[in-house]
Design a protein around this ligand. Sequence first.
Ligand code: TYD
Ligand code: MG
Length: 451
Amino acid sequence: MKKNATLFFCQNCGYESAKWMGQCPACREWNTFAEEPKAPSVKGRPTRVGERREPVALGEIRSDDQQRLLTGMAELDQVLGGGIVPGSLVLVGGDPGIGKSTLLLQVCRSLSERLDRILYISGEESLQQIRLRVARIGEFSSSLRLLCETNLADIETTVLKMKPQVMVVDSIQTMYQESISSAPGSVSQIREATGVLMRLAKQQNIAVFIVGHVTKDGTVAGPRVLEHMVDTVLYFEGDRHASYRILRGVKNRFGSTNEIGVFEMTDRGLEEVANPSEYMLSGRPEGASGSVVVCMMEGTRPMLLEVQALVCKTNFGLPRRTAAGMDYNRLNLLMAVLEKRLGLPLSGYDAYVNIAGGVRLSEPAMDLGLVLAIISSYRDIPVPERTIVFGEVGLSGEVRAVSMAQQRVQEAKKLGFTRVILPQSCLAQIKNCSGIELVGVSAVKDAMAAL
Ligand code: TYD
Ligand code: MG
């Protein structure tokens, strides 16, 4: 009998095992094992990245031939760390329908205005469907090449013949290698497909964008395997019902992962949002209680957002708390701090907190803003207009310093805010603050008084 003709793969992280297991020992997910045929072992699997085999002195390697290609979309260039690096492999992940295909098609359009060999490979849509999408996005240079293909061997042949400068593979889950009998989208197929694309990228010096759909629990389907093979991982996220989208760098071998790009989905494709703060704050109710503007940092970029809280008497014995866009436990913790340190009887009140615009906040710097929003709603007193708040709140009700206070104040000033409530210990960092009033606080009590 042939032994081990099949293996079991964790569909979440790619862990392989000879027998089925209920829980994956690597990623601790339940019920993720699926049986797949064992991949044929390829001798001397080509993973070589360069030509030379002998060690090279660092000083001898010329880096100036690594000219970055600008996509013409400033937000994307920034996330990539200053443009596309030739020969790099970029994974763009995101929920289905979030706009990955649209984004990459727009990148192709913008690139094909200057470069003549751009290839867009789609395994999901027919040429006619792509044509329809293109018609929505607008004018296109006719030199952009489209290919509808899912067979990797055929793709490889085409690519070797055409030698594109940049190519897009939409999506990796539809690609398959004939020699592997498992279905497209399975771990072995995805791993193999990425391997093939990586080889093409490195050996032919082609910048390759791979689209990867994300599963419902937030990982690129199957391939955590994929994340470590590629050079750059970008996630395209956003609330499907809100029109803005955030492109976030999660891993980047050629730049920082702190950058984000903000886009808006319009009826004519994605548009860059150069000033996200203004965008996020539009339509904010003025003079309403429970609404506070906070400043959070997305990497090196400050962004003003509105935190809304609604506190009202509990009807049943147990108070309800709902946190949209932030950590539920953090909300409970901050409410406990308010109850204990300020003596507010919040355990008899429901609290609903929402970050307007559908953003998710995880930075501690929003604590103070959240706390003030809760107090403001509890007392039904609006926070003075043109005021922004930031600072971390500790368990004893103290307000702690946060990083990059200067940038946050600058952003507030740029958008016409006149007053900033911030941690006392941040005051020293801030220079050049004419025209804006800084209120340093060292405890939540002081912040309350400052309102
Ligand atoms: P798409 O790029 O197909 O998503 P993905 O490839 O990530 O699955 O985006 C599809 C959504 O974008 C779809 O719901 C319609 C919307 N859309 C617009 O609102 N305006 C446009 O101009 C385009 C092309 C799409
Ligand atoms: Mg798509």
